[in-house]
Design a protein around this ligand. Structure first.
Ligand code: NZQ
Ligand code: ZN
Length: 388
């Protein structure tokens, strides 16, 4: 195990009815609140009214920024930054899925920066401060509710880039599983794949002697697998939704489950290049990329893949060779993705070879990606080719 430091400052308030605590949580930060949300799901579900009631009760001055896109755009972030400055905003409050939360983080950081907020995403500047951020999560997937990451798309340059900063962690996040009852089937599936992928990025590591971290990862994978189909069959199944929500938060909250180990993140890098150009949902991109990444890299440390097959999918070794067992685990992953209706190939989105070269080049713009196996441009190109 490597040496490490770990800190996560986000307060989590979890459970049915917890939106009723919003006023109390928001009040200490000041009166002027920027309310950031998406294309209207929160109005349909009644959450918007509940939020406004809470904010009115503390006599907050609410400024609204709606219409945050899935795969949120830099243009929306810039609109939010202007509002923060003109309205002297004290607290940014994000109500939605990962896209809304990520946009709110970029707004909170950009509002206190004199330059172009995009600088943070292209390694031109480091975040030194940010406005306080609170969130109410409505979709289990990204872990954005308890981490300092934001992923934003610059539609002009066709780039989708991330930053990570201690200053961007939410001060508080309200996680009410009932708010996810209305998440449509395909977005629930995308969320499930995203959560599992966050675990994969940390589980497939070359770092030896980290049995607790391995078991933390395996326990999240098992819990997601056990609950995904119940949530899909019965969208109002509180326990299934609550378990998925907690898994999503624990899977990517500053690296709690993988402290002291090297993480990979190459598949996320590759997926971001696909959604940068084709604007496909992140989770769907991952269900296409990840199995192909697995097939490309499993020989680097085959015992990790045989352990995955045995412990996560319950596959018995029997007379199987390491190679056969490892491949059986990968096939079980594909079969599960297929069973829940996650796409398996780029062809699903009519994506052909047109931009494979660009995607491979952009993915390694700042150098090779991944640590389980370091990938260079040709490797990424090959994985994308396998994903066609
Ligand atoms: O816009 P609204 O109307 O809110 O509708 C959204 C959106 O259309 C809808 N939705 C959300 N909650 C709902 C709901 N519909 C009905 N009922 C509800 N309760 O779902 C659609 C997708 O929402 P989005 O926020 O885009 O999904 P997700 O949470 O999967 O976020 C994806 C974004 O997060 C980034 C991805 O790249 C992508 O841009 N990621 C962020 C990470 C992070 N901050 O740590 C890590 C991830 O790996 C990921 O890259
Ligand atoms: Zn992800």
């Amino acid at each position: 195990m490597n040496s490490f430091s770990f800190q996560n400052p986000t307060k989590i308030v979890f459970g049915s009815g917890t939106v009723s605590q919003l006023g109390k949580l928001a009040k200490p930060y000041g009166k002027s609140i920027l309310l950031v949300y998406g294309s209207g799901s929160i109005k349909k579900t009644g959450l918007y009214d509940e939020v406004m009631n809470q904010l009115n009760a503390i006599e907050a001055k609410v400024v609204e920024l709606s219409g945050i896109e899935p795969n949120p755009r830099l243009t929306s972030v810039n609109r939010g930054i202007e509002l923060c400055r003109s309205e002297k905003v004290d607290l940014v409050l994000a109500v939605g899925g990962g896209s809304v939360l990520d946009a709110a983080k970029a707004i909170a950081a950009g509002a206190l920066y004199d330059g172009d907020v995009w600088d943070f995403f292209i390694h031109k500047a480091v975040i030194r401060d940010a406005l306080p951020l609170g969130t109410i999560l409505t979709l289990s997937a990204t872990g954005s509710e308890m981490n300092g990451n934001a992923v934003i798309s610059n539609w002009e340059t066709k780039q989708k880039r991330a930053f990570g900063s201690m200053h961007a962690y939410p001060r508080f996040s309200i996680l009410d599983p009932t708010l996810t009852f209305t998440v449509p089937r395909d977005q629930t599936v995308n969320g499930v794949v995203d959560i599992m992928s966050h675990v994969f990025e940390q589980y497939f590591t070359l770092t030896p002697n980290a049995p607790l971290q391995e078991r933390l990862c395996e326990s999240i994978l098992l819990t997601v697998i056990e609950n995904a189909e119940s949530a899909l069959e019965k969208p109002n199944d509180y326990d299934a939704r609550a378990n998925l929500m907690l898994c999503g938060t624990m899977a990517l909250n500053g690296g709690l489950i993988s402290v002291g180990t090297d993480n990979d993140w190459a598949s996320h890098g590759i997926e971001h290049e696909i959604s940068a150009i084709y604007d496909i949902p992140h989770g769907a991109g991952l269900s296409i990329v990840f199995p192909n990444w697995m097939k490309y890299v499993y020989r680097e440390r085959i015992d990790r893949f045989t352990q995955y097959a045995e412990r996560v999918w319950g596959i018995e070794r029997g007379s199987k060779s390491d190679e056969e067992l490892a491949l059986a685990g990968i096939e079980a992953t594909c079969a599960f993705f297929d069973r829940i209706g996650a796409p398996a190939a780029l062809a699903y989105y009519n994506i052909g070879r047109e931009h494979l070269d660009t995607m491979a080049k952009e993915a390694v713009l700042f150098g090779p990606i991944g640590s389980f196996k370091q990938l260079r441009e040709a490797d990424v190109r090959e994985i994308l080719e396998m994903a066609l």
